[in-house]
Design a binder for this molecule. Sequence first.
Ligand code: C2O
Ligand code: CU
Length: 546
Amino acid sequence: ARIRHYKWEVKYEYKSPDCYKKLVIAINGRTPGPTILAEQGDTIVVELKNSLLTENVAIHWHGIRQIGTPWSDGTEGVSQCPILAGDTFTYKFVVDRPGTYLYHAHYGMQREAGLYGSIRVSVRKGVKEPFAYDEDRSIILNDWYHRSTYEQVARLSSRPFQWVGEPQSLLIQGRGSFNCSILSTPNLEAGACNMSNPECSPYVITVVPGKTYRLRISSLTSLSALNFEIEGHNMTVVEADGHNVEPFVIKNINIYSGETYSVIVKADQDPSRNYWAASNVVSRPLHPPTGLAIFNYYPNHPKKSPPTTPPTGPLWNDTGYRLAQSNAIKARQGYILPPPVTSDRVITLLNTQNEINGYRRWAVNNVSFTLPHTPYLVALKENLGHSFDQKPPPENYDAANYDIYQVQKNVNATSSNSIYRLKFNSTVDIILQNANTMNINNSETHPWHLHGHDFWVLGYGIGKFDPINDPKKYNLVNPIMKNTVAVHPFGWTALRFVADNPGVWAFHCHIEAHFYMGMGVVFAEGVEKVGKLPSSIMGCGATKGH
Ligand code: C2O
Ligand code: CU
């Protein structure tokens, strides 16, 4: 195994990813940032210099379990204090499993300012993967807002509430196309929106006719659930969140924020033309225009537009279609151990939209999560007293008296930074229960992401989870393991994981605004087994001078 050393500088820069010029947070001048390429077992060292001048930062390595290094998880308030402006912080961790992963800011709402990138971990030399391809490409899908994160945060935390709205455009590998002509602002700086800026020319995936490609598709949207397709080409799904999937063929793939997939695509269509690669919003009625890239058959000109109208994706409200794809994702035979057949504890998490003193929030069992000022990892490991709420959060909601199809009778919630303490090595089931929002006949899709673990996806359903009969239908034979999973509108999703990774781990909705508004929980396990904490993660709250 090798050590891979990266030196990154994080800095605000002007960029025009979708032709509209705005300040983004770039790594070494780029957004998406550099791709981390490694082999299973390698150690990644990222020396991160925060040159944001007046703003803190933290970076999370999404999908990397941080076994033995919980302090490198990069989650501000959970695993570390924020990295102060001007400071350099070193992340060091092992990529212990091959697969497709991500990294992104995990402080405030910095992710949507463009601070993200890909991690690609290949199998060890000599190890053969159960699928073949000639070449490998990473594509990050994203949605893009023109407002600064400061404005977004100010809107979400204002009274009356101001929603951030739908994104202005969809990006494919950091490139999108905003229609500048719809801007009527007379005082816009000349050239601030320029559709012929090469920075926003569509991303090009060049393929050689007859060859086979592994496309590593991931999503880091702030809000949108996406559907991605390559016009006229089938895709065979082979990997999800770093785990081998029993292959299945689809025309387009639904992908939720925080998920990664590998699909195999063969360049087997008419080679005399190019094709659209398209991303479209699903699960929300209002959309930005289709995100477009060019699937370019060599030797056609890479800029040559395909002769066809771009695909517009499936019906936005076809939940059944998305549920069917979720259900189709199974573990590849011989690659994933089945889960323990029983669990030690079941935690049911009701997802609701709420209000606290007139502020709009999201909550889990009517508790809206807030991050503490002292990172839990340090607070627990160093016994820093009551730096967070010690009362355990609720394990359930009043299911018997709750109608998930109605706006909640009492929308008031409480806020807390309390956490679930899990018995080390115990098996935990999580039931994510979706419900109606504060608008009638409305329920959203929430992609939940767990830090520090992969979980088995035991099942999905629509309606209220039935604790007697639904567990009988769990897939205990070949459930996929993932780190991010969707809970569909008015639906439930059941997960199982083993609390075997000493540390403190966030579990939250990957929609950036939802987590910011309280849609998350935290698990702590085996903290007494955590090694000596590096002092570089301290310096804030009760850890001052520690
Ligand atoms: Cu990719 Cu806690 O998030
Ligand atoms: Cu959400």
